[in-house]
Design a protein around this ligand. Structure first.
Ligand code: MG
Length: 345
């Protein structure tokens, strides 16, 4: 029986409107791809980011052609050939390609009868906890949201900055939740001088690391911040594909890898191992996503130092179940059935 594919579209309201330094989001649109061999069906999802040139419109424009490549090659186990055709036939569109990569990995593992982490030879007991993101608002509201997340069991928060009240935000949140791990993401909002001053301030408030303090287009500024900062620096917007790993190795401590930037699970694994070879710690992050794409990403958790895979936790309602995340802990051991554990609920 030959492979068949299907694409569905889902509008997903967020639990609370989500603001970062670049703008606000109230809902997210994801597309879900299924690849079926007649007996088993693999599922994967998109999480397009306008910052990297993708939107529901671009996803709808390219996904049918990407799916037709999968049907033409007609062998889900030949991931290498499919990945190469996707890359050479259509440039860019990483979120669309990632949905296909995830659906194929799910299908392959179902055919082989193993969970994805087992296919990769990873120990699910080595899984880690994800951070929970607090989007930009006034300092009091952010502190209230931080406290609410901690009361729900989260022990790691990621706080978005890039406002004219950044110091007040950190002071309010630290006062509200004195004992949890806090990471900060400035999403390129600062210049070099401000970033260095902020890094010094953040250290006095026991912040674990500072993500993307300066614009990716100024790598020398990132390097200057990295060289002066008393806390570790993570690269996100500066770290998109595999060739970016050596480029950020002398400009940051942590590579923030995302499936929706790098176009698939295979490229993400290559980036993880390259980052280790360059002495970088590894974080896996996400966009605004459902469990259809967060679930597969969670199978990489045993390879990570830091996880920021809270996409589904920020939705008002998720039509997909994935890897259970309980009080922040990515419970990979709970997935015992073949595949990625993603199913529609
Ligand atoms: Mg980031």
């Amino acid at each position: 029986m030959s492979l068949s594919t299907e694409i569905t579209r889902h509008e997903l309201p967020l639990e609370i409107p989500f603001e970062i330094a670049r703008g606000e989001t109230v809902s997210t649109t994801v597309h879900v791809v299924t690849v079926s061999d007649g007996e088993h069906t693999g599922i994967g999802g998109t999480g397009p980011s306008p910052h990297y040139g993708e939107s529901p419109t671009t996803i709808e424009a390219v996904l049918p052609e990407l799916c037709s490549i999968v049907e033409e090659i007609d062998d889900p186990h030949n991931l290498q050939a499919i990945e190469q055709r996707l890359q050479t036939q259509i440039r860019g569109h990483p979120a669309a390609k990632t949905a296909i990569s995830m659906a194929l990995h799910d299908l392959v593992c179902k055919r082989l009868g193993v969970p994805l982490y087992e296919y990769w030879g990873l120990d699910p007991a080595e899984s880690i906890a994800t951070s929970y993101t607090v989007g930009i608002d006034d300092p009091e509201t952010m502190a209230t949201r931080a406290k609410a997340a901690v009361d729900r069991g989260h022990g790691i928060l990621k706080v978005k900055l890039g406002t004219d009240q950044d110091r007040a935000i950190i002071e309010s949140i630290r006062e509200a939740v004195p004992d949890v791990i806090i990471r900060v993401d400035a999403n390129e909002a600062w210049d070099r001088t401000k970033a260095i001053r902020m890094a010094e301030f953040l250290e006095t408030h026991d912040i674990e690391f500072l993500e993307q303090p300066v614009p990716a287009e100024y790598p020398n500024d990132l390097q200057a911040v990295y060289e002066s900062s008393p806390i570790p620096i993570a690269a996100d917007e500066s770290c998109i594909r595999l060739p970016d790993i050596p480029a950020i190795a002398d400009k940051s401590d942590i590579a923030n890898i995302k499936l929706m930037k790098c176009a698939g699970l295979r490229e993400a694994k290559r980036m993880i191992h390259a980052a280790r070879a360059h002495g970088l710690d590894v974080m896996l992050g996400c966009m605004s996503e459902s469990n259809a794409s967060i679930g597969p990403a969670c199978h990489l958790a045993p390879l990570l130092d830091y996880a920021d895979l809270d996409g589904s936790l920020l939705l008002a309602d998720d039509p997909y179940d994935g890897v259970p995340i309980v009080e922040g802990d990515i419970n990979l051991k709970a997935v015992s059935e073949p595949g990625t554990g993603v199913s529609s609920n």
